[in-house]
Design a protein around this ligand. Structure first.
Ligand SMILES: Nc1ncnc2c1ncn2[C@@H]1O[C@H](COP(=O)(O)OP(=O)(O)O)[C@@H](O)[C@H]1O
Ligand SMILES: [Mg+2]
Length: 240
């Protein structure tokens, strides 16, 4: 498989007065194109810091992050914003939808920078909202939807322009077990269908069963990488 993301000797140190906190401490990891990867670890193990580094939201103290041949840590603000707009989608624990906008506008907002006409943006957004099962809810605002529905809107927003990478930080953190499984099913099957790389951060072992590989993290280090033998095969996926 093709290596898509390469992380070399990555560290992130936070200075708190005289104390140094190693949020990441010498991370080495290769992630493949089309892979579903889970970063699994207890709170404070460095998962979100690693995700933010890969998304160019934060700079490392040392080390390299190379995505599709590009050194993310060397990009300036303008370049990194462009990189994110072209390549990356996000799903967050708390959905991060704009409360005054309906589902359709929440999804289509991120397409404005692409220079598409409103009609085209709305068409694309409507299509993907139908795919995530919200065809009947496109004019509903976040406050008029359940947590699971709001997370579906945010999945639609992340996937609408088919980014190469989707980062999901604790995507099921606010959802009950049944809804969590539905949301994971949806997100993973969308990524599989389009050969997108999906990186999921979680502290929950039940969420990690959807991944191809599970990366265990502790105290800013990788403590193990397993091929996931109990991987949940999604509907429509070929069995081996
Ligand atoms: N902005 C910050 N300033 C100081 N310490 C931080 C900051 N962000 C994260 N940390 C520390 O880095 C460590 C890793 O945090 P984080 O990546 O958020 O962990 P996780 O997502 O696994 O819960 C924790 O000890 C946390 O307190
Ligand atoms: Mg976190």
């Amino acid at each position: 498989m093709e290596e898509f993301i390469k992380i070399k000797n990555l560290s992130r140190i936070y200075k708190m007065g005289k104390e140094k906190i190693y949020a990441l401490n010498g991370i080495n990891l290769d992630i493949y194109k089309g892979e579903i990867l889970c970063l699994l670890g207890t709170s404070g193990s460095g998962k979100s810091t690693l995700l933010n580094m890969m998304a160019g939201l934060d700079k490392p103290s040392s080390g390299e992050i190379i995505i599709g041949g590009v050194h993310i840590e060397k990009l300036n603000e303008v370049q990194v914003t462009k990189f994110r707009q072209l390549n990356v989608g996000f799903v967050f624990q708390s959905y991060n939808l704009i409360s005054s906008l309906n589902a359709l506008d929440n999804v289509s907002l991120g397409l404005i920078f692409k220079g598409l006409k409103k009609k085209e943006r709305d068409e694309m957004s409507k299509n993907i909202l139908e795919k995530v099962g919200l065809g009947e809810r496109i004019y509903h605002k976040p406050s008029e939807m359940s947590g699971g529905q709001q997370q579906r809107v945010s999945i639609a927003r992340a996937f609408v322009d088919a980014p190469k990478i989707v980062f999901a930080d604790e995507p099921t953190g606010n959802l009950d077990t049944k809804t969590s499984m539905e949301v994971m099913d949806l997100m993973c099957s969308m990524a599989r269908r389009n050969n997108q790389t999906l990186i999921i951060v979680t502290h929950d072992i039940e969420t990690s069963v959807y991944a191809d590989r599970i990366v265990d993290m502790r105290d800013g280090k990788i403590t193990g990488i397993e091929n996931n033998k109990s991987k949940i095969l999604l509907s429509g996926e070929e069995t081996i």
